[in-house]
Ligand binder design. Structure first.
Ligand code: GLN
Length: 483
């Protein structure tokens, strides 16, 4: 069961199988492997079969679209009408959204089949999926290791063949880092490209949804469904959406690719550097021109991000007060007790840590020293990229400094966990698109290579990744799960 989305589309079109049949196959595989992997918080089998039946009817009537009948999993922070949206948190354990997120609506209109909602770090805060109220997710390549986070359930589900594709969100790396750890392909689009309406907010100026799949070709198809102007999201872009699949063939002959020297410095596992070097050689053979560049403020990106993201989350999460959404404590004596105990019981340790730090950074007297300063640094980080893009078309580097670590290895050391995102976080601060694709293995665990594009150049990223995937087979490797 390692069919790509494109193969499923072909099988459905030729009648090799129906949507109901392929959906049943995936549900059976989920039933078999999810107990060990814990990729799904909710499996929506009945709904999936109902949607599959409808898709088969639409197809029989000759009205099928590109993705009609294709099964897909959604990260559990996209609101789904009538289906629990937990965000990996106890506070939303009983929350059933009364509406669909725009992304879900677009997939529903496209006729896809929802297999279920995937596990994630609570409110998308984390790099290992160990912060979920529903337990950690196992990496399908080695069950003792983490799948990355925060979209760990989505990445692991695709890697293990429990879904051909899945949605995720990326605030500081949460699509690219788990894609790298699980050996799948994932793209974080330009900020504003995919609607945030109905995507539960972590840090609103950084959050962006995007797809996971086995290949760039599959990601192009999925992004086509996700990318759209949405008047319900005030930061949604009106920029026209190109045909991503049609653009895949543009190749990389003559493309100028920059390697930031700061991304290949201390802190990067030398074995990962070696794997990336080999991939770069392939790109050279395909005609790309490779040159060294500098992003001098790279070292500032982690502290800047953790001030901005925590400040924004402290504000966004104030809506979870025990009154309107989710968990409410038993027998509150007054309103303050209701707030305190509902939030105290509902949020996990990492979320509490961030609300506290964010509230501190925004408080009178500290706002200028922390939040304002972080916004200034954010501009400098963005300017670094803008000057780099004066001389190159794409930027390339590792996605992560190390491969997937063992479950529990970093849970007592938040700072070493935060350092996982050293190469991914600056893109969110700048609002740029980036993707991760598999390029090899270290210790039997996948290595991801990151491609970074200029604003709205998702097509360029997908085309470059596709060219590489035409001459390599890392994206076709699958973990040796029993059967
Ligand atoms: N690991 C980062 C964090 O914990 C990024 C998470 C994300 O992209 N949602 O904030």
């Amino acid at each position: 069961m390692t069919r790509s989305v494109i193969e499923i589309c072909e099988g459905l079109a030729t009648g090799e199988f129906s949507s109901v049949e392929i959906t049943q196959d995936y549900l059976a595989r989920i039933a078999q492997h999810n107990p060990a992997l814990n990729c799904f918080i909710s499996v929506t089998g009945e709904l999936a079969l109902e949607q599959a039946r409808q898709a088969d009817t639409v197809r029989a009537a000759g009205n099928a679209g590109a993705l009609t009948g294709v099964p897909i999993a959604h990260k559990d922070l996209f609101c789904t009408d009538g289906v629990r949206t937990s965000c990996g948190s106890r506070i939303l354990d009983n929350f059933i959204a009364p509406y669909d997120a725009t992304v879900i609506e677009q997939f529903n209109q496209g006729g896809t089949v929802m297999l279920g909602k995937t596990n994630m770090d609570e409110f998308a805060m984390g790099s290992s999926n160990e912060n979920s109220y529903y337990g950690s997710v196992a990496n399908p390549w080695n069950l003792k290791h983490v799948p990355g986070g925060s979209s760990g359930g989505s990445a692991a589900a695709v890697a293990a063949g429990l879904a051909p594709a899945a949605t995720g969100t990326d605030t500081g790396g949460s699509i690219r880092q788990p894609a790298a750890f699980c050996g799948v392909t994932g793209i974080k689009p330009t900020y504003g490209r995919v609607s945030r309406y109905g995507m539960v907010a972590f840090a609103s100026s950084l959050d962006q949804g995007g797809p996971f799949a086995r290949s760039a070709e599959d990601c192009a198809l999925l992004l086509q469904t996700m990318a759209k102007f949405d008047p319900r999201d005030s930061t949604s872009s009106e920029q026209a959406v190109p045909d991503y699949s049609a653009g895949l063939g543009q190749g990389i002959e003559g493309l100028k690719i920059g390697l930031p020297k700061e991304y290949f410095a201390d802190g990067l596992d030398s074995r990962i550097a070696g794997v990336i070097e080999t991939a770069i050689d392939e790109l050279r053979k395909l005609g790309a021109e490779i040159k060294e560049i500098s992003l001098p403020n790279t070292g500032l990106s982690i502290p800047t991000y953790y001030v901005v993201a925590m400040a924004e989350c402290s504000s966004n999460l104030s809506r979870f007060d025990g009154v309107r959404f989710g968990h409410r404590c038993e027998n509150p004596v007054d309103l303050e007790d209701l707030y305190k105990r509902s939030r105290g019981e509902g949020f996990g340790a990492e979320v509490k840590r961030r609300i506290l730090i964010g509230t501190y950074a925004l408080s009178a007297g500290y706002y200028d020293a922390y939040y304002l300063k972080a916004q200034q640094l954010r501009r400098m980080i963005k300017d670094d990229f803008q000057s780099a893009f004066d001389s190159v078309d794409l930027i390339l580097g590792p996605t992560t400094p190390e491969v997937a670590f063992e479950i529990g290895a970093k849970t007592d050391d938040p700072v070493s966990m935060y350092l996982q995102d050293i190469y991914t976080i600056s893109l969110n601060l700048a609002g740029l698109p980036g993707m991760s694709l598999p390029v090899g293995f270290v210790d039997g665990l996948p290595v991801g290579m990151q491609l970074i594009g200029n604003y709205f150049d998702e097509a360029g990223l997908l085309a470059a990744a596709h060219s590489y995937q035409q001459v390599s087979d890392w994206h076709l490797q699958t973990p040796g799960l029993t059967s």
